[in-house]
Every structure is written in C-alpha cells, then in structure tokens.
Design a protein. Structure first.
Length: 168
C-alpha cells in the first residue's frame, strides 16, 4: 500500500475555507453588537396608548389649519436664518410666536425645535443652527393648528408648508 506524503494543515486551502466561515460570523457579530450599543434608534415608545390618544389631537390641528386656509413657504438661508412667509392670498395666521420643529427622518438626536417670531403680518423669522445631511420633516405649529412639509439637505433650501388634511 502506498501512502501519500503528509502535508502541513496550514497549507490546505479547505482548512482555511472552513475556518473562515465561523470567523466571519464572529467578526460580524462583534460589529453588530458594537453598532447596537453605540447607536440609538429611538423608535420604541413606552406608552403606546398615550401616543394613540395624541394622534387625535394632531389630526384636529391639521383640520383646523385647513379650515383657516393656512399655507406658508419656509426658506433656510446659508447664514442659518429661517424665514417663513405665509401666502398673501390666504388669511394671516393667528398668534405671534409659532413653534418650528425640524424632525430628522431617521436620527432623533438631530431633531431641532425653535420659536419663530412675527416680523409683520405674514413674515416670521428665527435663527437656526445649520442642519446636517438627510431628510427632515418640517412642522410649523401652535396648540391650535399645524402645517407640515418635507425637506432634504440636497434640495434647495425652500419648503412649502401645507395642512396635512383633506376633507373626504
């Protein structure tokens, strides 16, 4: 009987292939655990019932903005000044201070909220720390009404804000 010459296991490609599969799984597991620990998605809420009750108030504010006929254009200047101009063909908004919320689509840590102040009957301004990259949901709101829009950092710095309501 003829026996082949014994080879060193380190020189066998099949051994390395069999080692590489579990090694890749362990490395990817460590990467995933590191990502899970170092990032927070913020998507889980503690009380779903309270969130559900809040939706009815939001819908009522959208309906109220539609009834008032509100619409506005928002412009973000390169210097960080936000200008909100309400449509002159529609009624002027009630109130002197309005809350502007810029909510990042995926990173809640980047959300911004500020008060915009009336300059004249249809013009409001505020200073804003410049935003990062990504898609932003824009909410212009008071306790009584709300306008919504969407802005992406790659688009021009103008957003149309309209009521998120349509009568059926």
């Amino acid at each position: 009987m003829h026996h082949g010459q014994a080879t060193n296991w380190k020189r066998e490609p099949w051994v390395w292939m069999l080692i590489s599969i579990p090694l890749a799984a362990v490395i990817m597991g460590v990467v995933m655990i590191t990502l899970a620990i170092n990032t927070w998605s913020g998507l889980v809420v503690d009380d779903y019932y309270q969130q559900g009750k809040h939706i009815n108030r939001v819908l009522a504010r959208d309906r109220r903005a539609f009834e008032l006929g509100l619409a506005a254009d928002l412009a973000i200047g390169t210097d960080g000044v936000v200008t909100i101009r309400f449509d002159p063909a529609r009624p002027a908004p009630p109130g002197d201070d309005i809350e502007l919320s810029l909510v990042h689509a995926t990173r809640p840590g980047l959300d911004r909220s500020l008060q915009v102040h009336r300059i004249d009957s249809r013009l409001f301004t505020a200073d804003l720390v410049l935003l990062g990259q990504g898609r932003w949901n824009v909410y212009l709101q008071t306790p009584d009404w709300r306008l919504t829009g969407s802005w992406h950092s790659r688009q021009p710095n103008r957003v149309s804000l309209l009521p998120n309501y349509s009568p059926e």
